[in-house]
Every structure is written in structure tokens, then in C-alpha cells.
Design a protein around this ligand. Structure first.
Ligand SMILES: [Ca+2]
Length: 464
């Protein structure tokens, strides 16, 4: 197994400098472990370290292993770090990516059976591998550590309920589940599973997750209350990832997820010779796309929702989340390129705001100032809901990724710099808050990093 924790080359240098004849173990350890973890506590007593307890008797055993393998571990860590340096990325992007790798190390859990998950947010009531947040954060490690993502996505698959619904989060352990009521999680499962198939080019993996992908699509399709081909929301909170902000009827977030899930399900069905399901998904895709455009497009961007004619004109920063997912998987966008670019440009105009320090908010830290790209932009500046005028760095990075994919590269890098500057001013660059610290969602920057270093810099075109 590759070293699962990587810090910057500076950490490794400090470790080397700290090593000496009286303290030979320090070299290498600093690059792998936080100091507070180094005790003689038997590893098997902690769920967080139970996996290591199957390999070592105590932390001393781990330290001895690191000391014996110091040169190899350090060399691999430095090689990985140099690969970030050699990408010639803007400093803000490279640093922001490194920061999320560190958060990933701090929030990663693996049990004695090797079940892997990321804690949603520290010092918080959130749980492990929250599906709607993993939708974003899993982009950091799905290609770096496929064995970890494989464990996580299989664990979610293995805990669907009898209706064909994916769990929301694993509460405090890998056994507890809080709810099966979120409307977006099924679709996010489909997108992640298909993304993994694409990254790994693994037909056997696809065959193993396909029955759950199909159930997820069928169960969510039954939520279409008005027959327009798009699953509806009821206008209550805790239905989707913006869970304090109720949306009603036909919503752009669900529509874009749904279009992506249908396209991916159709593609998977063709790969696996499910000859009836593929054309059914393709027909539904065409109907849903037509409805999304006729109900939500206002000539400049896709509105937040349209509930039987009652419209919310909000411009949602990651409203087109299914579009960038499909483009990242090589399937093209789910909506016309011109509309997608126009939506993103509208976000640049309506959602980029200077933070108001007087505005109480979860996600801004004391001392944070500068520009945020808030979740919901309104031309008249109205404020309807707390989550509307918060800038979640995970959503901001997803927006940057979408800008990058559509060829708006300077704009994408400006988003990264705006977030970076804001966090640095507050001294909180190393710990992004949302619902808890070291939050899972900003790890989506791994997708932006992947797109940045990709040789395929062409805009991933929409299909007709
Ligand atoms: Ca509908």
C-alpha cells in the first residue's frame, strides 16, 4: 500500500533537521504522524486506529516501522511533493491543494476491516462519508488512493435501504445511519460510482455497483410529482446538501444531478448490455433536459427553482453540478455549452460579494475578509436564507473547476485566489470550516488539480 499521508516537502525537511543521534526516530515521523498521536496506547482500542491495530501492537510498533522504512517513506513523500511543485501551478492553487491533502489525512478513518471513510467535519455532529459531501470531497483521493475510495463507495452501496435509497451519513461509526430521506444522495451515488469506473477503467467494479445505480435512478425517478421528467422537491429543509434552505418543485440542482445520473446510467447499461434500461434512460434524459431549459432558463442563467409557475430567481453557484461531473467523466456536458458558460458568468456577476463582517455566519472565520462566491446570487441583493449568502469553499472550488472546464481559466484561478486570500487573512488557511472544521467538501479541489495537470485542456463539449 502506498503511504497514505503526504505533507509538503517543508515538513519533510523539518523532520530531517529534527533528527539526531539522540532522537533517531524523528526523521520521517514528522512527515507521517502528528505529534499528539505518538503514544504507547494499544492501537486496537481506538476505532480510528483499529486498522493499524491489526498490523502493529502499539504506536511504538508503528514508530519502529517508520524508523526502519524512513528512507523509503521520506523519498516517496518528497517525490509526491515535488510532483506538485513541478506542475508549475499558481502558488495559491498548489498551496490550497496541499492544505486539503493535510485535512484529508486528519479526517480519514479506517477500521479493523479496512472500511474507509472521511469524517465530514471535526468538532461537529456530522458523520462519516456523508454522501452529498463525498460527492465533492472524494475527488481528492479517488484516483490517488483507489483502494480507499473503493472501500467507501462499496460501504455506501451495501447500506442502501429496501426502497433503493442511499444513506445520508454514517453516524459516529460505520454502522449507524442517520437518514434515508435526502433527495440528492441517490444521484450523487450514481455520479461517484460512474466517476470511479471512469477513473479506474474497471468493468468489474461497474458490474458490482450497477444494480445499486439502477435502483437509485428508479427510486429517484419516482419523485417526479408533476410528470415533467425531473424529480421534485417539497420545499422543506434537509432535502438536499443546502440543508437549511428549502427549495420547491423543479430545481436546477436536482435537474443537473438527474441529467448526469441518467446519462451515466445509460452509458453503464450499454457497457453491461442492459439493453432495455439504456434507451429508457436516454429517452428520459431528452424529456428532462427539455423541461429543465423551458422551466428554469431565464435567458442568462438557470433559476433556483420553478414550482408550478412560482419562480425563485436565485443563481446557484453549483447549480450545474451534474454538468461538470459529466464533463470530468468524458461524457460531455448535460446542458448546452452556451447556456452553461452564461450561467457561470452570471455567477461571477451575482455571487461574488465582499464579505460583510457584521453578517453572522458559520463558515466565515473571525478576521476573514475579502471576496466570497456565495451559494445563491440575486440581482436585487435579497437575503432569504443563511445558506444563500454563505461562501462554502468546497462549492467555490467546484465552481472554479467548472469555470476551468469551460475554458474560463483566469476566472477559475481568481476564485482560488479569492478563497486563499480570505483564509490567509484570518489565519485559517489550514482548516476550512463549513459544518465543522477540516471540512470534507473543499477536498473537491483534487478535481480541479486533476483538470489543471491534465494534458486534455480542451473544453469537454456538450452532446446534442
Ligand atoms: Ca417534476
Amino acid at each position: 500500500m502506498r503511504p497514505s499521508i503526504v505533507f509538503s516537502s517543508r515538513s519533510a525537511e523539518l523532520a530531517e533537521q529534527a533528527a539526531g543521534p539522540d532522537n533517531p526516530r524523528i526523521a520521517g515521523e514528522t512527515a507521517i504522524f502528528r505529534g499528539g498521536d505518538v503514544t504507547r496506547t494499544p492501537l486496537s482500542t481506538s476505532s480510528r486506529t483499529a486498522f493499524h491495530g491489526t498490523q502493529f501492537g502499539s504506536c511504538d510498533g508503528v514508530i519502529d516501522y517508520v524508523a526502519r522504512n524512513k528512507r523509503r517513506l521520506l523519498s516517496a513523500t518528497q517525490r509526491f511533493s515535488r510532483s506538485i511543485d513541478s506542475a508549475a501551478a499558481p502558488a495559491e492553487l498548489a498551496d490550497s491543494y496541499r492544505v486539503q491533502l493535510s485535512s484529508f489525512a486528519r479526517e480519514s478513518w479506517i477500521d479493523a476491516n479496512g472500511t474507509f471513510g472521511v469524517w465530514e467535519g471535526s468538532i461537529c455532529s456530522a458523520g462519516l462519508q456523508t454522501t452529498d459531501v463525498a460527492h465533492y470531497g472524494s475527488w481528492l483521493y479517488a484516483s490517488l488512493f483507489p483502494e480507499l475510495e473503493r472501500s467507501a463507495i462499496h460501504h455506501t452501496r451495501d447500506h442502501f435501504d429496501e426502497r433503493g435509497w442511499a444513506p445520508h451519513t454514517f453516524t459516529g461509526s460505520f454502522r449507524g445511519i442517520d437518514a434515508y430521506t435526502r433527495k440528492d444522495v441517490n444521484l450523487q451515488f450514481v455520479l461517484m460510482a460512474f466517476r470511479d469506473y471512469t477513473l479506474w477503467n474497471d468493468r468489474k467494479f461497474l458490474a458490482g455497483v450497477y444494480p445499486s445505480m439502477k435502483k437509485a435512478v428508479e427510486a429517484t425517478g419516482a419523485e417526479d410529482a408533476d410528470g415533467d421528467g425531473i424529480p421534485d422537491l417539497a420545499g422543506v429543509k434537509v432535502e438536499q446538501t443546502f440543508d437549511d434552505w428549502g427549495w420547491k418543485g423543479c430545481t436546477i440542482y436536482m435537474a443537473s444531478l438527474w441529467l448526469a445520473a441518467l446519462r451515466m446510467a445509460a452509458h453503464a447499461a450499454r457497457v453491461l448490455d442492459d439493453t432495455a434500461f439504456a434507451p429508457a434512460c436516454e429517452r428520459l434524459f431528452c424529456a428532462a433536459r427539455k423541461s429543465a431549459i423551458s422551466k428554469l432558463w431565464n435567458g442568462r442563467y438557470f433559476m433556483l427553482y420553478n414550482d408550478r409557475g412560482t419562480k425563485d430567481p436565485g443563481c446557484l453557484l453549483d447549480g450545474l453540478t451534474g454538468d461538470w461531473y459529466c464533463r470530468m467523466c468524458g461524457l460531455g456536458g448535460v446542458l448546452p455549452d452556451k447556456m452553461v458558460v452564461s450561467h457561470l458568468r452570471s455567477c461571477l456577476r451575482l455571487n461574488r460579494i465582499r464579505i460583510d463582517p457584521a453578517q453572522e455566519s458559520f463558515v466565515y472565520t473571525e478576521g476573514e475578509s475579502g471576496y466570497a462566491y456565495v451559494n445563491g446570487g440575486y440581482a436585487d441583493g435579497r437575503r432569504l436564507n443563511r445558506q444563500q449568502f454563505e461562501g462554502w469553499s468546497g462549492i467555490e472550488y467546484a465552481f472554479a473547476l467548472h469555470l476551468w472546464l469551460m475554458g474560463l481559466k483566469p476566472e477559475a484561478m481568481r476564485v482560488v485566489k479569492d478563497v486563499y486570500d480570505r483564509k490567509v487573512r484570518a489565519g485559517m488557511m489550514q482548516n476550512h470550516l463549513e459544518w465543522g472544521g477540516d471540512y470534507f467538501r473543499p477536498m473537491v479541489i483534487g478535481g480541479l488539480w486533476g483538470a489543471f495537470i491534465s494534458k486534455d485542456n480542451e473544453v469537454r463539449q456538450s452532446r446534442p
